[in-house]
Every structure is written in C-alpha cells, then in structure tokens.
Ligand binder design. Structure first.
Ligand code: FE
Ligand code: FE
Length: 282
C-alpha cells in the first residue's frame, strides 16, 4: 500500500486527469462535469493539495528550493534522474518522463515553432524531480492557484478549500487578499509545485515567453478559464497567449507515437547546449 500522502499510483495520473478533462471536442457542459473523469485517487489527491497548500507553506517551499542550493547538474543528468521516477507505472504502455518531454518537444518542432519554444517543451516537467527530493505529490503536481487571496470557483474541486487553514483567515479570503489590483503575477504566490521550480532553475537562460510557459503551465483556472484577471497586468495578458499555445502541446501530444529517442537525441543535445551551460544550479 502507498503511504497516505501518496494517493496517486503515479504522479502522471494527475496529468492524465487534466488531459481527460480537456479532451478535444468536449462541450462546456461535459467539461463542468469533470468529476466523472476523476477516479477516487485523483479526488483524494486534490483533497490533499487544496487543504495543504497555504500561503505559509508556499513561502517556506520557495525559501527552500528557489535559492537553488541543491547542487549543479546538466539538463540531461536531471532528465535521467527524473526518469527514475517510475512509481507503479506500466513500462509497456506508459511513457517514461523523458519520452513525455521529447514527445511534447517533437510536436512543437513539427509545427515549425522557434527553438526556444521546442526547448520549453523539452524541459517543462523537469521540476517533477521534487518528488525525488521527497516532496509529497500534492506539493509537486496539481492545478496551481494563487494563495493569500480568495479561491476562484474556476478551480477544480473548490469544496476542498474548506479544510485549508487559510480559509479561516479573513484577510486571505477577500478578492485581492494580500495583493493589489493588477499587481502582476510575478508578485502573486501560486500553490507550490513543479512549475515554479523549473521556472526558477531555467529562467536566466530562456526568453520570457518560455519562462511564462514553464511557470504557469498548470495554472488552468487562469489560462483556460480566465480567472484571476484582477491580479494580472497587461503584460501577463499578452504573455498568456504563449501559455495557451504551449498548453495544447502539453495536453495533446500524449498518445502520439512513442518518440524514437536515439534518432532525435542529437538534435536535442545541440538545442540544449545552445541555451544552457554544461551545468546549472538546481
Ligand atoms: Fe507539468
Ligand atoms: Fe507535461
């Protein structure tokens, strides 16, 4: 049996739930019925995520990880390390972590997008190494949402916020909470997870559009449903066009052919070394 704070068989069960939620061709009504796509383990995962992600928790995790003091490694060393995250996945059908990254990047490449966009696809989920650092699933994956202000009803399973200690702090539950109107997302703390970590690790090497893709790719309430516009500034609004463009590849590249890793690896080795030094701080 898995420990109580490990409800998902595999962290990618969350990604699969999101992909099912936004299946292409789904009507708005079907979408609102997202609970039919969630099995009991996914539901339990959201219960934990929504009840434990407090402003204090996010600030403590940012202090712990965003100073990047876990040593220097290459992108490829980290990708190999992430590949050791197998949980109970089925090796015959489930993509490895590197395969998901390459599949996303390849779909972007086939559509003729710029190299930095392809690179964003390649690295976007490397932050899931937080699982290997010992973080619980609810602190690594899940839809992200602002903490320290009122919860949008556009977030899935909003009822689970009732057990979040921040729900009992009135100043955190107003529309703006601890923030100012249109202060810009850079000033807003989102629930902690693999998005924020990979953004912090890679930001100095990537153009801003790619930084937004990495940092906000799980912020579905905003990029899919238009929530939290009152905290975003005009620059965020423009940059979110890129986040939305990226999301299609993250969601819909799965299920394509398994990437032929050995054939495409040389292209990606060149790409990575064009943007990153041999080793970066993690
Ligand atoms: Fe992700
Ligand atoms: Fe992904």
């Amino acid at each position: 049996m898995r420990p109580a704070n490990t409800p998902l068989q595999h962290v990618d069960d969350w990604d699969e739930f999101v992909a099912a939620r936004y299946r292409q061709g789904k009507s708005e009504d079907e979408f609102r019925n997202y609970k039919s796509d969630a099995n009991p383990t996914v539901t339990e995962f959201y219960r934990q995520n929504h009840s434990h992600q407090t402003l204090d928790f996010v600030l403590s995790k940012k202090a712990e990880y965003c100073s990047l003091n876990r040593g220097r490694k290459s992108i490829w060393e980290m990708a190999d390390y992430l590949n050791t995250l197998v949980d109970d996945s089925d090796p015959d059908t489930d993509l490895t972590q590197i395969e998901h990254l390459l599949q996303t990047a390849e779909a972007i490449r086939k559509d003729g997008h710029p190299r930095w966009f392809i690179l964003a696809g390649l690295v976007h989920d490397l932050g899931k190494v937080l699982c290997l650092y010992g973080e619980p699933q609810w602190a690594v994956v899940g839809d992200t949402f602002p903490v320290g202000c009122g919860y949008s009803d556009q977030i899935v399973f909003p009822e689970f916020f009732a057990t979040n200690p921040d729900s009992g702090i009135p100043s955190y539950q107003t529309k703006y909470g601890v923030y100012q109107p249109h202060c810009g997302l850079d000033r807003v703390h989102l629930s902690f997870g693999h998005d924020e970590y990979i953004f912090q690790v890679t930001q100095q090497y990537l153009p801003e559009e790619a930084q937004y893709m990495l940092r906000y790719h799980s912020f579905y309430a905003a990029h899919r449903h238009g929530a939290y516009r009152h905290l975003m500034n005009q620059h965020d609004e423009r940059m979110f066009d890129w986040v939305r463009k990226f999301n299609l590849y993250d969601l819909y590249s799965k299920g394509r052919e398994r990437p032929k890793v050995q054939d495409i690896l040389p292209y990606y080795q060149d790409l990575v070394s064009d943007f990153f030094p041999d080793e970066i701080a993690w």
